[in-house]
Design a protein around this ligand. Structure first.
Ligand SMILES: [Zn+2]
Length: 418
């Protein structure tokens, strides 16, 4: 079977819509993946798990004095309902998190210079701030072309309580700071809870060593406003092509394909998979994770979450075949992390697009920058590499993670302080 860029591109086109975690778009994405698996002659398995789900009901930011003005804002998900009926307070601009300004911040609604990090949030709570306004985008954005960001707080932010928070376009924020606001009112009402997200799974049993498993992962969800063509419609269609490849070329070891939901919410799909299948993990020898490939401009720069020996093996392969790419040892913020956390080495298949050539996590992650040829080239090399690994007489990669990578994974998962 020949790997086909055009086939991948046509599936990518079918996924050209927003696929936000727990929302209808993500479910629609999962349904398209299921259809494609069935078309190959394999019955998919869908595993649902819970993911955070919020809906902003009301959000408003008004300057009351010296002069009334309302600004357009978006509410932070999971920043609570403390401002449901509107919180009125003095407004302060906190240009940095140092003590000088924080001591003046008690009881105020604070304008920040950046987003809410873990430390920032803790300091603001301690300072007694009652509401937060964060900047969104750049000063030079055109309002008609750029979405006001929608962000959410994660459990690590809210461990010690919540503060109502909103985002405002930087241009508005400059005007707001310049207008020297005194009293302001922040209103934020939202529904907070959980809803279903899902992983879609397909498997081909190995003909000779069915108990040794190689998993292929790719997340198919996108963020709000984004159609996620590069991130990660591209990986979604590429592991489908790999499934098709192994359906035509029965593998000696078992290959399992996991289309992960809710990666953009914090790797929730892969975390859920790993948590639900403790019993199967021992058999998994390697995770091949594909997240962002197939741009017309770019260069394959893979990352190995495992031993240097794997890096050397891939390097040997691409040099032998004559495929232009680089590879190095590092972690990658994607679905290979929960597997690495369980001692399963990972190969992250990634294409780096030159700056300005792509924009992810916004409306600009579009299909126009994608290329059937680039998808085909990467996938063809991956198929050749996979062939060697999946059908090897003895699996050449040890199921272990070196200390330096364990350290990075632990830090990433916040098991350790930076
Ligand atoms: Zn991604």
């Amino acid at each position: 079977m020949k790997i086909s860029g055009n086939r991948m591109m046509s599936m990518l086109k079918s996924l050209n819509f927003e696929r936000l975690s727990t929302f209808e778009g993500e479910r629609r994405g999962a349904a398209i993946i299921e259809e494609n698996i069935r078309a190959i002659g394999i019955e998919p398995v869908v595993e649902t798990f819970k993911a955070p789900h919020y809906e902003i009901k009301k959000v408003k930011f008004e300057v009351l004095t010296p002069k009334y003005k309302e600004y357009t804002v978006s509410g932070y998900g999971f920043s609570g309902n403390a401002a449901k009926d509107g919180v009125e307070a003095d407004c302060i601009y906190i240009e940095s998190m140092d003590e000088v300004l924080l001591t003046k911040a008690s009881g105020t609604i604070a304008i920040l210079n950046g987003g809410i990090g873990d430390e920032t949030f803790k300091k603001l709570m301690e300072a007694g701030v009652v509401g937060v306004v964060c900047p969104s985008g750049t000063y030079f954005d055109k309002t008609s072309e750029t979405d006001l960001e929608e962000r959410m707080l994660r459990p690590r932010h809210t461990a010690n309580g919540v503060l109502p928070a909103v985002c405002m376009r930087i241009k508005d924020l400059v005007a707001l700071v310049n207008s020297k606001p005194q009293k302001v009112r922040l209103t934020l009402e939202q529904e907070e809870g959980e809803a279903d997200s899902q992983n879609v799974i397909a498997e081909i049993k190995g003909t000779e060593m069915p108990d040794e498993v190689i998993v292929y992962t790719a997340h198919y969800d996108s963020v709000v406003f984004s159609h996620g063509m590069f991130d990660n419609g591209s990986g979604t269609v590429m592991i489908m092509e790999m499934l098709r490849y192994f359906a035509a070329n029965p593998p000696k070891r078992t290959v399992r394909f996991i289309w992960c939901g809710s990666e953009e919410r914090g790797l929730l799909g892969s975390k859920a998979y790993v948590a639900a299948h403790e019993d199967l993990l021992e058999k998994i020898r390697l995770c091949v994770n594909i997240d962002m490939v197939g741009t017309a401009l770019g260069h394959d720069e893979w990352r190995v979450t495992g031993e240097e020996a794997i890096v050397a093996a891939i390097r040997y392969m691409y040099k032998t075949i004559g495929y232009p790419m680089t590879v190095r040892q590092d972690i990658y913020s994607s679905d290979s992390i929960p597997f690495a956390d369980k001692g399963i080495p990972g190969i992250n298949v990634i294409r780096t697009c030159p700056q300005g050539g792509s924009q992810i996590h916004c409306r600009r992650d579009i299909i126009d920058i994608m290329s059937a040829e680039a998808l085909e080239n990467t996938c063809s090399f991956l198929a050749q590499l996979s062939d060697k690994l999946v059908n090897a007489a003895i699996f050449p990669i040890d199921r272990k993670i070196p200390d330096n990578i364990v350290e990075k994974v632990d830090r990433y998962l916040l098991k350790k302080k930076q």
